[in-house]
Design a protein around this ligand. Structure first.
Ligand SMILES: [Zn+2]
Ligand SMILES: [Zn+2]
Length: 346
């Protein structure tokens, strides 16, 4: 919950303000997640040898350390807590490692799951599942006999209203890639996937938490999200290549609406948030499926976006077409000395 609060402050602060998740970043560093670990390996590589000055080596090392610290801050600043499987009202869940070992913590019990081991959750006590070090882990979560999905993050499960409430705290970019994978066929042109990635990210940045106990659900009530796509997949690439880019209107992230197909022309609507959707022409739908509407016909048309991308438009042109008057803004969260000092206090 703390994560959500800090993340919000980061977003509202926009560019240049103090990022707000130093404690989380330090936990990540201590936990040895991938980036910091890679950082220390690189540090070993620049250790001075022979006649080079130890001072130069130290400077290089601290420079790299700062760089990796910055990456850690940037990543840690953006975590979203996604409620999963809520529609199923599960009373039993099973969690199993997808690659590395998992740490399961409940009450005073701590156990490690490895290989083909799994853990059944029915308990009334809250359960937390992470990597051995307490950080984000790669795991499979299932409702036995119904559904299984692959997630990357920290799982928490608690009991509420005769069902288990499962939430995965995941890096916002993991959530963005997962939404793109759920929303668009992976064979869609990359620029259309990138447009969808920007919209998905902007939604998470623009919207306040919409649920009790977690930020967003995994259905179209919030954003449709299934599972973590393969890091080599097109949805993942779309998220990575648009990293930190937000669709903005009047200086604020815009939770842009979108449809599967618009029938030839999108609708106009004065949105309560201040953005006035304009009715724009959609060449592809006008020619191929006139009058056939799937969705609310506002903002981006997924069919039209794919067609634009197939004929050479990039994601910026696509977003510009369907959301006239908006801009794209890159958000960076630079670690300030204030953050470091603050983190030690906590
Ligand atoms: Zn929701
Ligand atoms: Zn269309």
């Amino acid at each position: 919950m703390n994560v959500r609060a800090t993340w919000w402050r980061s977003v509202e602060g926009a560019v240049g303000r103090t990022p707000w998740s130093a404690p989380d970043a330090l936990v990540r560093l201590a936990g040895g997640t991938k980036r910091p670990t890679r950082g220390s390996a690189a540090d070993e590589g620049v250790r001075p040898t022979g006649s080079s000055s130890p001072l130069v080596g130290r400077a290089a090392r601290s420079g790299r350390a700062c760089f990796f610290l910055l990456l850690a801050f940037s990543a840690a600043a953006q975590t979203v807590d996604i409620g999963v499987f809520g529609l199923f009202r599960p009373v039993e869940l099973r969690v199993a490692p997808a690659s590395e070992a998992l740490l399961v913590e409940t009450g005073n019990t701590r156990l490690i799951l490895e290989g083909r081991q799994s853990y059944i959750i029915r308990a009334s006590l809250p359960v937390r599942v992470s990597s051995r070090e307490g950080s984000a882990a790669d795991f499979r979560l299932s409702i036995p006999g119904k559904i299984e999905r692959h997630f990357h993050g920290i799982l928490t499960v608690r009991t509420g209203d005769h069902k288990l409430i499962a939430a995965v705290a995941m890096d916002r970019e993991v959530a963005v890639a997962s939404v793109v994978a759920a929303e668009m066929p992976p064979s869609s042109p990359i620029e259309a996937l990138k447009a969808q990635a920007v919209i998905a990210r902007s939604y998470y940045a623009a919207m306040p938490a919409r649920h009790d106990g977690f930020d967003f659900c995994d259905t179209t009530h919030c954003q449709f999200l299934r599972e973590w796509p393969d890091p080599g997949s097109a949805p993942f690439r779309a998220a990575r290549e648009t990293r930190d880019l937000l669709l903005e209107y009047a200086g604020k992230p815009l939770a842009g609406l979108y449809s599967a197909s618009c029938g030839g022309r999108t609708r106009a609507l004065d949105d309560a948030d201040g953005y006035a959707y304009r009715s724009v022409d959609c060449d592809y739908c006008r020619r191929h499926s006139p009058g056939q509407v799937q969705g609310h016909q506002l903002g981006l048309c997924q069919a039209g976006a794919s067609a634009m991308a197939a004929t050479g438009a990039n994601f910026r042109a696509i977003l510009d077409h369907y959301y006239p008057g908006t801009s794209l803004t890159r958000t960076f969260f630079l670690p300030a000395s204030l953050s470091l000092r603050h983190s030690k206090d906590e």
